[in-house]
Design a protein around this ligand. Structure first.
Ligand code: PNW
Length: 507
């Protein structure tokens, strides 16, 4: 008898060990998808919308885009927004992150003239989402600056912070009764480095030595203005939260040498610390070591001031703590070396200021977009670092995704592999106690991928860009994501039985 009991206990114990513990996402964890106005809306000049810098770039310099395309129509969400909400319901999304087109709301960029049709479009869209219990998460600026403001210098002009506050107030006033999650800027690095410092995003300014840093300072101050405007004048009655989304990929050391550790820290400071440090650190201002490096190089290069402008004490105090959460767009990782794999950048430039080597192991799979590689523990490494560095802020992953080639291929197994690994990393991150509240997949549907045009597709839904109706069709990954959201765990064996989508009861 005793033996039998021991034996059966053993069987139970072994069984427990062999079945990997099923980890689940908290019931209040927000699962969503993300898009951006210029990439999906179309209707570029309809109903009073003004020209944006992306309209200007694609119309005047089409050769800059890989396939010479533009987003004049793109997925035409301006006319298809009801279908978009239907897709959200099919997937069972808790939330949807989208952005507002500044020039659709304020055609000249300034708040003297509000376009009622622009307000109406977003009102209808927001109301349609709310009708089905989908939480709107709204980005005020996802790269489509009104062209008129660019002509005045755009983010290189210190007055930008005031223009941006005026715009933000119009937005809070019109939509804040229903929108409770605000994101001021999407990806400062891509705005400032790729747009002002380089020629990879509008306005293709290629002024890495000075432009990137001017933009960084004014963007942080504009964010702080909008945050305080919300906090003082809207939050008391509207009760939402306001944060910023920064692209935070992981930059780890290539080896565990102190030199590589330091080089990786410099990379983190230059790539995203410029934007997080002034807001989320305890000291405020731009990151210390990188600031010292730019100041030193600037002096050697004959500048009478550091190319990285300092904040005044008052500005520093205004930006510090000015965020209710940190939005993180996370896609990939890089390994950083102090001595190996260095590329020679122009002098002076941000790349020269960084002076680091970047390595990507050959066995990390590469997406259609060459910069996007699948790295192990990528989300976990980045988010646990932020958690420690910035005293456990509330974090949302506001973008994460994988591109495939052009066309409407519906079987996207490599994307499924990526999403499952990413979401396992999210579970590891939650286990580590990080204050992570939600995850938005990029993207709900195929869209205009900036200078990659339509050559890279990120959609859970394929879009037929040849069809005037811009028909949307779910890919296999859409079914897998839906299954995860519904069950709150990742079933690695799950295969959709059919490719027919339906709306589950309650959605
Ligand atoms: C984001 N990187 O851009 C943007 O927010 C989206 O508009 C865009 O479509 C999406 O990611 C996919 O590219 C990024 O170099 C661009 O790591 C570059 C990087 C990350 C994000």
């Amino acid at each position: 008898m005793k033996l039998l009991v021991i034996l059966s206990l053993l069987v139970v114990a072994c069984h427990g060990l062999s079945v990997k513990q099923q980890r689940s996402f908290p019931s209040d964890f927000l699962f969503g998808c993300a898009t951006a106005s210029y990439q999906v809306e179309g209707a570029w000049n309809e109903d009073g919308k003004g020209e944006s810098i992306w309209d200007y770039l694609t119309h005047n310099n089409p050769g800059a885009v890989q396939d010479q395309s533009n987003a004049d129509i793109t997925a035409d969400s301006y006319h298809n927004y009801k279908r978009d909400v239907e897709m959200m319901r099919e997937l069972g999304l808790d939330a949807y992150r989208f952005s507002l087109s500044w020039s659709r709301i304020l055609p000249t960029g300034f708040a003297n003239e509000v376009n009622p049709k622009g307000i109406e479009y977003y009102n209808n869209f927001i109301d349609e989402m709310l009708k089905y219990g989908i939480t709107p998460m709204v980005t005020l600026y996802h790269w489509d600056l009104p062209q008129k403001l660019q002509e005045l210098g755009g983010l290189a002009n210190p007055l930008f912070a005031d223009w941006y506050e005026d715009y933000a107030r119009v937005v809070f006033e019109n939509f804040g009764d229903r929108v409770k999650h605000w994101i001021t800027f999407n990806e400062p690095r891509e705005i400032c480095y790729e747009g002002y410092g380089f020629d990879n995003k509008a306005p293709l300014l290629n002024s890495s030595a000075v432009g990137t840093y001017l933009c960084a300072k004014h963007l942080v101050l504009a964010h702080a203005n909008a945050y305080h405007a919300y906090n003082n004048d809207f939050k008391p009655t509207q009760g939402g939260v306001c944060g910023i989304t920064v692209s935070i990929n992981w930059f780890g050391p290539l080896t565990d040498s102190a030199e590589d550790e330091f080089a990786a820290e410099i990379a983190r400071q230059a790539e995203w610390g410029l934007y997080t440090e002034p807001i989320f650190s305890t000291e405020g201002g731009f990151p210390k070591e990188f600031s010292e490096r730019v100041a030193e190089k600037s002096a050697q290069q004959g500048y009478l001031w550091s190319r990285l402008p300092a904040f005044t004490e008052e500005e520093k105090a205004r930006a510090l703590g000015a965020s209710d959460f940190l939005g993180v767009n996370h896609y990939t990782s890089r390994l950083i070396s102090a001595t190996e794999y260095k590329s020679t950048g122009a002098v002076p430039s941000l790349v020269d200021d960084e002076d680091i080597g970047i390595y990507v192991p050959e066995d990390w799979p590469v997406a259609q977009s060459p910069w996007l590689v699948m790295a192990p523990d990528s989300i976990y490494n980045a988010l646990t670092h932020l958690h420690k560095k910035y005293n456990s802020p509330v974090i949302y992953i506001t973008e994460n995704g994988w591109s495939i080639g052009p066309g409407r291929d519906l079987i996207d197994d490599d994307r499924i592999t990526y999403y499952r690994a990413a979401l396992e990393s999210v579970l590891d991150t939650l286990d580590a106690g990080v204050n992570l509240k939600g995850y938005m997949a990029w993207s709900l549907m195929d869209n205009f991928e900036w200078l990659e045009g339509y050559t890279a597709r990120f959609g859970l839904y394929a879009v037929d860009f040849e069809d005037p109706a811009r028909t949307r069709t779910p890919r296999k990954s859409a079914f897998v994501y839906k299954h995860i959201i519904k069950n709150r765990y990742i079933d690695h064996e799950y295969e959709p039985e059919t490719m027919t989508m339906t709306i589950d009861e309650g959605n």
